[in-house]
Design a protein around this ligand. Sequence first.
Ligand code: GTR
Length: 416
Amino acid sequence: MRTTLFLLLAASALAQTPRPGVNYDEAKVGNDPLPDLKLTTADDWTQKRRPEILKLFEDHVYGKTPADIGTPKFEVTATKTDALGGLATRKFIHISLPNHPAWAGMDVMLYTPNAVKAAPCIVGFSFGGNHAVSTETDVPLSTRWMRESKDKNIVDHRATEATRGTESSRWPLEMILKRGFAVATAYYGDIEPDNANGWKEGLRAAVSKDGANTVWKDGEWGAIGAWSWGLSRIADYLQTDPLIDGKHLAVFGHSRLGKTSLWAGVQDERFGIVISNDSGEGGAALMRRDFGETTAIITKAFPHWFTPNYSSYAGNAAACPVDMHMLIALAAPRPIYIASAAEDHWADQTGEFLSGKFASPVYALFGKRGIVVDAPPAIDTPVGDFIGYHNRTGKHDVTDYDWTQYLNFAARHWAK
Ligand code: GTR
């Protein structure tokens, strides 16, 4: 399949405050052909091609998740049956690895709707911790390292009381719970602090035989791999909770955590729906398109997110044996949703749309429709069947509009 990277769009639609050296001109995105999906049959895809492509993503992009680093232990540390004014039951669950005590573990906050016996569940990490997701003031304040931010009231790399509820607009708990879905979330920094040396204090050092002296080799996991592992451990716990329908789990994430939800979702097929919100470069956006953030920019700013040799594709994405339509295709035939935001040119909305579009032939092998329209839809116009896509009005963020589409998508695919 030879596909073209650029669309003939009105250049005026792409106006953006330029960052020096960053391309926002659709005419200059390049036209390197995408790697061939080499499609034959659904069986061939499942048995041969899918494992090959998954391995390419391990070897060249995210690194391989170690197969067995021990059995997680789950401790329910608190339960409140009348959370959010009686709408929900709220639990905290501490997940640890008894054979790797150097990892401090993670604290999951689970809200389940009291009106539903065993609820489908959305699983995702937050940037600011459980106390930032919830507006309930009895949620314990995270004590973990956080990225410094005056705006967000993070002081000396720690959360303060003023950070309570600051991520709640991105997690409309009441809206989600009222639609009958549970929410399971944790702070991504519980797995590994998000900085170049964060791994030394996180899971990756704790489970590696050389600990904080590990020299990461090509093909070994980076932070996105470690965070993805964490999402799968939440899925492990959810299989054990009678308030959850463990067969209906969706994995969700925004931005770098959208890259994470994609990588978690393609690896762990218990996630029946995969949702990527504004995941951009290193996520849903095609890496061969030079538009907004590029492989060169991301591997310079955040090398710790990826396996070391991903940096070798800086300025040379065409040499990478995969592109992101192949990542989306790894979810097939499970439903997957990709969302962009109209002002988020940094994430390359058209590149995000095209990865869904070019993954669609894999869904067709399974008799399922992905994205059948040729060009990105108008703003605020969701398209797609098993691959959903929209480009929402506004900036890089998660809004009620995004959630409405995700919940509609999940409700449609999970209608009994
Ligand atoms: C940016 C990065 C993006 C995206 C974003 C975020 O700085 O360039 O790839 O991940 O951070 O996670 O908010």
